[in-house]
Design a protein around this ligand. Structure first.
Ligand SMILES: Nc1nc2c(ncn2[C@@H]2O[C@H](COP(=O)(O)OP(=O)(O)OP(=O)(O)O)[C@@H](O)[C@H]2O)c(=O)[nH]1
Ligand SMILES: [Mg+2]
Ligand SMILES: [Zn+2]
Ligand SMILES: [Zn+2]
Length: 391
């Protein structure tokens, strides 16, 4: 039985329980009148929107006839939350990649820049296309990410906690690439569901909040760790970064190990006591802020060669470099904790902006991302959508 995880409410829906929404009345033709959609209203918060009715079917295919008006519809929806399920998503039940990190660790900026890179430079290198799966994803990416950061060079504002704001929709993209085999090529697709959590939503321990169901449904986790908040890293920071960092000092919730252990607890509820097998990428964000001297001698300083594949030697070199940095900063706990709890984790260093920003806007050099795609390339490799090469 194929089970689809709804990318909006994260309910697990057997494919034969997918529901349909009537296309509604157009002009003078047949079709149902809109009704208040209570399920969608509950999910989004606020007044239930007025929409044509949702109906279950016995054997859902690509289309179904509305039992009330007889008109054929191809609008498939989640039976729980009534959000429309993109057709591609039903065909390729996707991988949900959860992105987590303490407040201010750079999650929103990372999402904005990663998607931009995937649509441009990295997409070209991988021969991959990235297509938004619904209109709200297109709108939200433009409004909340691309327009401020790329249009106006402004830093993104702090993500609103779900405690004060209605549940945000995730960004849902279909990433498709041609994988060349020895005999013939095949296309492989990955649905990327990115949910931009506010840092403080990972705080409270009594987390039964719906947004954390997202973690329960995740197929991979990317942790962002802000080196500016690691006390031991301060000696390695450049002047401007030093002045900006450490804003959360004394707040135990901002300690990366606390964020990681809280998420690990949530994953354990699902997977039990043994070491977790879910792939986990742990990335130091903002590494542009490290002293240039430190950067120069390290694998982290090299740009990744655009091979259209995962360079396994480079991957190991960067992993070891980050591990050594954590040790040097008396943050070796992070690595030890990960080893005890996960069978499959990898360490990364990246910078979304490529330079220390001003108080409100991107630095004068513009946005110069550095290794932002590394965690995703590693995950694609793990999901068998990208080859690994050596030498
Ligand atoms: N030096 C440097 N600073 C960065 C980078 N990315 C983000 N920052 C800084 O970190 C701040 C927070 O970034 P956000 O992306 O808003 O962080 P967030 O994790 O989404 O924060 P919350 O939504 O509050 O949880 C930004 O305003 C920048 O000042 C980077 O690549 N390099
Ligand atoms: Mg944010
Ligand atoms: Zn749903
Ligand atoms: Zn109808």
């Amino acid at each position: 039985m194929i089970v689809i995880t709804c990318p909006y409410c994260f309910a697990r829906v057997p494919r034969d329980r997918v529901a349909f929404r009537c296309v509604g009345r157009a002009g003078r033709g047949a079709g149902c009148e809109p009704v208040a959609d209570e399920a969608l209203g509950r999910h989004r918060g606020g007044v239930p929107p007025s929409l044509p009715p949702v109906f279950p079917v016995r054997r859902p295919g690509r289309r179904a006839d509305c039992p009330a008006c007889g008109v054929s519809t191809g609008r498939r929806v989640c039976p729980e939350c009534h959000n429309q399920l993109p057709a591609e998503y039903c065909a390729n039940p996707g991988k949900i990649v959860a992105l987590v990190g303490a407040k201010g660790s750079g999650k929103s900026t990372y999402i904005a820049v990663l998607l931009h890179e995937l649509m441009n430079r990295v997409g070209a290198e991988l021969d991959a296309s990235l297509v938004p799966c619904d209109d709200r994803t297109i709108e939200r990416y433009k409004q909340d990410f691309a327009r401020p950061l790329y249009g106006r060079n402004m830093l993104l504002s702090t993500t609103q906690s779900v405690v004060n704001a209605p549940l945000r929709d995730p960004l849902v993209y279909l990433l498709t690439r041609t994988v060349r085999g020895r005999l013939r090529s095949r296309t492989a697709s990955l649905t990327l569901v990115l949910f931009d959590t506010a840092g403080e939503d990972l705080r409270s321990r009594d987390v039964t909040e719906p947004h954390l169901r997202y973690l329960g449904a995740a197929d991979a986790v990317v942790f962002l760790v802000d080196p500016l908040e690691l006390p031991g890293a301060r000696s390695a920071l450049s002047g401007t970064a030093l002045a900006r960092g450490g804003t959360l000092e004394g707040d135990p919730d901002s300690d990366p190990i606390n964020v990681i252990s809280r998420v690990t607890e949530l994953l354990r509820r699902r997977d039990g006591d043994r070491r977790l097998t879910i792939p986990v990428a742990v990335a130091l964000s903002k590494i542009d802020a490290l002293r240039p001297a430190l950067e120069r001698q390290s694998a982290l300083h090299r740009a990744r060669a655009p091979l259209g594949a995962l360079d396994l030697d480079d991957r190991e070199a960067v992993h070891e470099q980050v591990r050594a940095l954590l040790d040097e900063w008396q943050a070796g706990m992070v690595d030890r904790y990960l080893r005890q709890n996960y069978t499959d984790f990898s360490l990364f260093g990246l910078s979304a902006l490529g330079g220390v920003p001003g108080p409100e806007s991107v630095g004068p050099g513009g946005i110069r991302p550095y290794r932002v795609e590394d965690p995703l390339l590693w995950l694609l490799y793990r999901f068998k959508m990208l080859d690994g090469v050596r030498g």
